[in-house]
Design a protein around this ligand. Structure first.
Ligand code: SF4
Length: 63
């Protein structure tokens, strides 16, 4: 199944804005430096769209 949320972790600067805006989906990895997808959502929600829009690195892709 196609993943709905993909993070380009190379570009991620670890600002945690996505975690604040959408904690159901985003978390930080064990180093605390990069975001990760905790659980793939079933649908694109407004919170997800907001998290992607506010990512300063534009490294969240919603598909
Ligand atoms: S908002 Fe973007 S740059 Fe910031 S932690 Fe999330 S994915 Fe990384």
């Amino acid at each position: 199944m196609k993943e709905l949320v993909v993070i380009d972790t190379y570009e991620c600067n670890g600002c945690e804005s996505c975690v604040v805006l959408c904690p159901e989906v985003f978390g930080m990895d064990e180093t605390g430096d990069k975001a990760l997808v905790l659980e793939q959502p079933k649908e694109i929600t407004p919170d997800l769209e907001k998290a992607a829009a506010f990512c300063p690195q534009s490294c969240i892709t919603l598909g």
